[in-house]
Write a protein that binds this ligand. Structure first.
Ligand SMILES: *Cc1c(COP(=O)(O)O)cnc(C)c1O
Length: 423
C-alpha cells in the first residue's frame, strides 16, 4: 500500500484512493527507466502532503503580502540557504512552480520580446523552453538553435561559437533533456563571453549528479542556473533558479510578481528536505551509482547491437536509435512498458521519422538506482530490454508477459519508498 497510508482519501473518495494505490503498485512492479523520473523519500512525500498547502505567502521572506508567515519564512529561508550551500551559489530562488516556469522567469528577467536568444533544438536534445517554435519562447523571441554533429552525436562547440558570434543572442541556454554526454560549461562560458551573452545552464536533468559530484558544476561558468527539483535531485515537483548576486534582484522580481502569485509552500518545504538529503554522503554515492549503472547498461546494450546516440553515456541517460532493429521508438516503448520496463519514445538527432513516431527511445537510471539496482544487475536489464524489443518485432505477446513477470519477481526484493508491499 501507499506510504504514507491514505485512509482519509479512501474514506472521502474511494475512486481516487484506488487509483493512487494502483499507481503506487505500478511504480513498485516496474523498472521505471524514464530518465526524468525518480522515487522521492517518504520524508519528501510527507512535507509535500502537509498543511503548508493551506498557506498564501506572496513575496519573499520578510517581505510578504500576507500575514501569518511566522513559520513559512524560516522554511523558505532554509530551502534557499540549503540550495546555496549545496551548489555553492550566491543566490537561489526556490519558488518557480516547475522547470518551464523557471525558464520563463529567466527570459522575463533578461530579455524582451523580439530579442535574440539561443538554445539547443528540441530534436537535438534541448528543451521546448530553449526556443523551440511551438513554445512561447520560440514565438515571442527570435530563437536561434544549435544541435549535435551528425557523425558524433555530440554538440559541436565550433558551430555553437559561429552561431553565437553571427547572431549575437542576449542569452544562451546550455543543457537539455536528451543529452547523454557531459556538458562543457567552461567552453559555453567562453563562447557566451565572446558573444556578449549571458550563459544560462539548465541542469534540470543532471542537478542530482552535479550536487553529488558526478557531473561537473556550472557554478562559476553560467551566471544563471535553472533546475527542476524532481529529476535526479530526487525532490518534489518544483524548480529553482540559482544565480550570481548580480542577477538576484532581476530573477526574484521575474518570478514574483512578474510571473507567479503565491509560492507553493508545501513544495518549498519538500525542496528543503530533499536538499538536506542531497547534501549527505549517501546521496553522493547515489549520484555516482546512477552514472555507473548507466555506463554498465550502455555497454551491455552496445554489445547487443544497439546504436546509442554519441556511442554511449557520461551521465544518467541513454538515447537509443532503433533504426538497425527495424522498429520505431513508439511500438518499442509500448512493448517495453507491457514487459514491465517503462521508457519513453524520443526523437534522435536528424531523425527521418515524425516526432510523434520517432526512431528512438530514451532511457535512464535515476529511479532504478534509487530502488537499489547496481551495475551487476544491468546485464539482466539489458537482456530483458532486448528480449522485449525482439518480442515486439515478432508480435510475441507471451514472451512480453513472461518478461513482465520476471521483472516483477526481481523488483519484489527491492523496497520502494512510497510503497509497502505488506500493509
Ligand atoms: C524537465 C525539464 C524542464 C521542464 O521542467 P517541467 O517541470 O516539466 O516544466 C526544463 N528544462 C529541462 C532541460 C528539462 O529537462
Amino acid at each position: 500500500m501507499h506510504q504514507p497510508p491514505i485512509p482519509h482519501v479512501r474514506g472521502a473518495d474511494p475512486q481516487i484512493a484506488d487509483l493512487i494505490e494502483s499507481e503506487a503498485r505500478r511504480q513498485f512492479e516496474k523498472l521505471r527507466m524514464i530518465p526524468s523520473e525518480n522515487y522521492v523519500s517518504v520524508a519528501v512525500l510527507e512535507a509535500s502532503g502537509s498543511v503548508l498547502t493551506n498557506k498564501y505567502s506572496e513575496g519573499y521572506a520578510g517581505r510578504r503580502y500576507y500575514e501569518g508567515q511566522q513559520f513559512i519564512d524560516p522554511i523558505e529561508t532554509l530551502a534557499v540557504q540549503r540550495a546555496r550551500d549545496l551548489f555553492g551559489v550566491e543566490h537561489a530562488n526556490v519558488q518557480p512552480y516547475s522547470g518551464s516556469p523557471a525558464n520563463l522567469a529567466v527570459y522575463l528577467a533578461m530579455v524582451s520580446p523580439g530579442d535574440t536568444v539561443m538554445g539547443m533544438a528540441l530534436p537535438m536534445g534541448g528543451h521546448l523552453t530553449h526556443g523551440w517554435p511551438v513554445s512561447v519562447t520560440g514565438k515571442w523571441f527570435r530563437a536561434v538553435q544549435y544541435g549535435v554533429r551528425p557523425d558524433t552525436g555530440r554538440i559541436d562547440l565550433d558551430e555553437v561559437r559561429d552561431l553565437a558570434l553571427r547572431e549575437r543572442p542576449k542569452i544562451i541556454f546550455c543543457g537539455g533533456t536528451a543529452i547523454p554526454r557531459t556538458i562543457d560549461f567552461p567552453a559555453f562560458a567562453r563562447i557566451a563571453a565572446e558573444a556578449g551573452a549571458v550563459l544560462v545552464a539548465d541542469i534540470a536533468h543532471i542537478a542530482g549528479l552535479v550536487a553529488g559530484g558526478a557531473h561537473p558544476s556550472p557554478v562559476g561558468h553560467a551566471s544563471i542556473i535553472t533546475t527542476t527539483t524532481h529529476k535526479t535531485l530526487r525532490g518534489p515537483r518544483g524548480a529553482m533558479i540559482m544565480s550570481t548576486a548580480e542577477h538576484a534582484t532581476a530573477i526574484d522580481r521575474a518570478v514574483f510578481p512578474g510571473l507567479q502569485g503565491g509560492p507553493h509552500d508545501h513544495t518549498t518545504a519538500a525542496i528543503a528536505v530533499a536538499l538536506k538529503e542531497a547534501a549527505t554522503g549517501e546521496f553522493r554515492a547515489y549520484a555516482h551509482q546512477v552514472v555507473a549503472n548507466a555506463r554498465a547498461l550502455a555497454s551491455e546494450l552496445s554489445e547487443r547491437g544497439y546504436r546509442l546516440v554519441s556511442g554511449g553515456t557520461d551521465n544518467h541517460l541513454i538515447l537509443i536509435d532503433l533504426t538497425p532493429q527495424g522498429i520505431g521508438g513508439k511500438p518499442a516503448a509500448r512493448a517495453l512498458d507491457r514487459a514491465g520496463i517503462e521508457v519513453n519514445y524520443n526523437t534522435v538527432p536528424y531523425d527521418p521519422r515524425k516526432p510523434f513516431d520517432p526512431s528512438g527511445i530514451r532511457i535512464g537510471t535515476p529511479a532504478i538506482t534509487t530502488r537499489g539496482l547496481a551495475p551487476e544487475h544491468m546485464p539482466q536489464v539489458a537482456a530483458w530490454m532486448d528480449a522485449a524489443i525482439s518480442a515486439a518485432i515478432k508480435d510475441d505477446d507471451a514472451a512480453i508477459e513472461r518478461i513482465a513477470g520476471q521483472v516483477r519477481d526481481m523488483l519484489a526484493a527491492f523496497p520502494m519508498t512510497g510503497f509497502a508491499a505488506q500493509p
